[in-house]
Design a protein around this ligand. Structure first.
Ligand code: XIL
Length: 386
């Protein structure tokens, strides 16, 4: 601690002598180098050269947005689609970027074939266990040594709140749980570890930083660790709006660290209108789109001006939120080992109508981009006591 303090004092003195030449970052990954990785979601299809350049400039880790999900990579029992995933892995390696595999066990974007016999009846537990083991071994094994870590289990905790939920693991009533029982999570982690012992393994979910889902996540993680599940980190997805619960986020980071786990923000986006969550589907602005369809030209022009003013104000608020979030992540660098944005720009975002990212649809930096850099510019020079 004393050595760290002295080091910082010397660095600060050197900075003052050097004319306060604090670094002015222009690249996200450089601003957070040595603190945590900065990532984006990316599937290698139809990207413009400007978009590819942007990814190369700002990120040092990529997560495939869709192409490694069970339904994409393993659509039928006897068929795997490795085309896009292989392209992504080779591209990332050629660009010195790390890769996160997303995702092995999920209730969404997973073929029904996993749960059905040829005649359409439901499979028994032993058949499903073998199918899941084979899926994990095949997919993780194929990229052994090349993928840094896997979102092994995605979103296993249920959303509905009842008086009992916080007191239990409150697992989602998915086919996995129904047929295999709660041990399916431990098994998935063990099989992923068998397939690539060097790979980091993550439990990934949304809204687990707050409220009853947080309580359930702590119970679940403690049980998995006690059962010997080789978990490296918790992925907090980070689908937030203009009012993230900052205190809860910081507490959750501390709570997960107390279990000996690292924390990753795995799917960050901050919507500028409406609320946000990791839940699919139910995004979009149905009512607003309907109103737009019946407007006169004059009304449309008035509306456009109002929209622009509203947008500017919302983007400013969004910048404030992003800066506060990155200050928290930066304070906990070391526990927080990666922050990944869910997409490269507003146009490509899964929440496109809510403009949740730091680059606009034309790849231009929004105020939030500068705010994320500023969180690094304003990093305190002294070591923090946590
Ligand atoms: C989303 C993708 O961004 C969309 O393109 C797709 O249509 C649906 O899935 N939580 C997750 C991600 O773990 O895989 C989801 O990604 C967003 C919520």
């Amino acid at each position: 601690m004393l050595a760290k303090l002295l080091g910082s004092l010397i660095a600060c003195a050197a900075m003052l002598i050097g004319g306060c030449a604090a670094p002015r970052y222009t690249s996200l990954k450089e601003a957070y180098a040595g603190r945590f990785l900065v990532g984006t979601a990316y599937d290698p299809a139809n990207f413009s050269p400007a978009e590819v350049e942007n990814i190369q400039a700002h990120y040092n880790v990529v997560t495939p947005e869709n192409c490694m999900k069970p339904a994409s990579i393993h659509p039928r029992e006897d068929a795997y689609n490795f085309g896009q995933p292989d392209t992504l892995v080779s591209w990332a390696e050629a660009n010195q970027m790390q890769i996160v595999g997303h995702t092995l066990v999920w209730h969404n974007q997973t073929g029904n074939w996993f749960f059905q016999n040829a005649d359409g009846t439901e499979v028994d537990a032993e058949t499903l266990r073998q199918r899941l083991r084979s899926h994990i071994h095949t997919v993780v094994g194929r990229y052994k040594g090349r993928i840094k870590g896997w979102d092994v289990v995605n979103e296993a905790i249920d959303d509905n709140n009842t008086s009992e939920t916080a007191k239990t693991e409150h697992l989602r009533n998915s086919n996995w749980l129904r047929i295999l029982g709660p041990e399916y999570l431990t098994l998935a982690f063990k099989w992923a570890h068998e397939a690539d012992p060097q790979a980091e393994l993550y439990y990934n979910d949304y809204n687990i930083e707050r409220g009853f889902k947080h309580e359930s996540s702590m119970r679940l993680l403690k049980r998995l660790l006690a059962e010997g599940a080789p978990i490296t980190a918790v992925g907090i997805q980070g689908h937030w709006d203009l009012n993230p619960n900052y205190a809860a986020i910081e507490k959750a980071i501390r709570d997960y660290r107390s279990l000996g786990l690292k924390v990753m923000i795995t799917e960050l986006d901050v919507t500028t209108r409406g609320t946000n969550t990791g839940a699919l589907p139910g995004f979009g602005l149905g009512a607003a789109a309907q109103a737009a369809a019946t407007r006169t030209a004059e009304e449309a022009a008035t509306q456009a001006a109002a929209d622009a003013a509203e947008r500017e104000a919302a983007w400013k608020k969004q910048a404030v939120a992003y800066e506060r979030l990155f200050k928290i992540f930066d304070r906990h660098a070391g526990t927080v080992t990666r922050v990944t944005f869910w997409g490269i720009n507003d146009r490509r975002s899964w929440r496109a109508t809510q403009q949740p990212l730091i680059f606009d649809g034309q790849m231009r930096p929004k105020p939030a981009f500068q705010a994320v850099l500023d969180a690094a510019h304003k990093r305190p020079w002294f070591p923090l006591p946590f």
